[in-house]
Design a protein around this ligand. Structure first.
Ligand code: LHQ
Length: 266
């Protein structure tokens, strides 16, 4: 395995994961999948890690699957793309969704195919104004994957989801922000500084409550209003037993800044 395909930086309270195959626009091969999975597993088991930032090196964020690995011109057999998705892409986006802490994506350049949809699976998407999102799949005879059909439909509604998926039209970051597909488009030169600032905030945040809020918002996609009210009650009960709730209320009453630890009360 090539150890360099993912750069992992341990910062105070958070991790920065940089996809690092810039000559291939950080497209995914098995080495990159393995490295990212291992890094996310490590994050999940590290008590001191309270947020994750995913970005790319060079001029692109990620161009999806490395198509160099997919040349089957010499083979008569049909490739089983479902197996690739089961082995790598679906576990990856599930892992991002399931992490009980914020996952921020800083889209530093083009995000195409699965690269675009992995970004959309993250909790907060920041993008350089020069970045574009491309549902490139139809250009090679495929369908959007990595949750793209779900994310686009939920974020944008059917008309825009279909427009993007069926035409592969590039969507610039500022338009993506106006449409509500991402949180914020940022001047290229300021992207990483803004992302870093957000991460420093998350590293000092009441992590339990952030993780629970993320969970509740995910469930809202399928719950009825009434089911969601019950879920909020249960999650509030859980949040209410965290040390950070005690600290938040004490700090408010004592008119001082809270010092959240991100730890559970157990
Ligand atoms: C690449 C790639 C790439 C290899 C740029 N692979 N080298 C799931 C399950 C199983 C199988 C299939 O896939 C999936 C999910 C998917 O993600 S399917 C979608 C795969 N991705 C694409 O179809 C996107 C392909 N790339 C592009 O259309 C363009 O490169 C974009 C629009 C992303 C960027 O265009 P440009 O800015 O003009 O850059 P470029 O095309 O010149 O690329 C720069 C280099 O990166 C170039 O290499 P070279 O040696 O000529 O400089 C490209 O060949 C390489 N590259 N994407 N996916």
């Amino acid at each position: 395995m090539d150890d360099n395909v993912l750069l992992v930086e341990k910062k105070e309270g958070y991790r920065v994961l940089t996809l690092n195959r810039p000559e291939k626009l950080n497209s995914f091969n098995v080495d990159l999948h393995e490295a990212l999975r291992a890094a996310l597993n490590e994050v999940a088991s590290d008590e001191d890690c309270r947020a994750v930032l995913i970005t790319g090196s060079g001029r692109g964020f990620c161009a999806g699957q490395d198509l160099g690995d997919r040349d089957f011109s010499d083979s008569d057999e049909d490739p089983d793309l479902g197996a690739t998705i089961d082995a790598w892409y679906n576990p990856l986006v599930r892992q991002i969704k399931a992490l009980d802490m914020p996952v921020v994506c800083a889209v530093n350049g083009v995000a195409a195919g699965a690269g675009a949809n992995i970004a959309l699976a993250c909790d907060v998407v920041l993008a350089a104004k020069s970045a574009r999102f491309i549902q490139a799949f139809v250009k090679i005879g495929l369908v959007p994957d990595s949750g793209g059909t779900w994310s686009l439909t939920h974020l944008l509604g059917e008309a825009r989801a279909k427009g993007l998926a069926l035409t592969a039209m590039p969507l610039m970051a500022e338009q993506a922000e106006q449409w509500g597909m991402i949180w914020k488009a940022i001047d290229d030169d300021d992207l990483m500084a803004e992302a870093q600032k957000m991460m420093e905030g998350f590293a000092r945040a009441p992590t339990v409550s952030l993780g629970l809020a993320k969970k509740a918002i995910h469930r809202a996609a399928t719950n009825t209003f009434s089911e969601q009210l019950d879920l909020e009650r249960d999650l509030q009960r859980e949040a209410g037993s965290s040390l950070d709730y005690r600290e938040g209320v004490s700090a408010f009453l004592e008119k001082r800044k809270p010092e959240f630890t991100g730890k559970r009360n157990s």
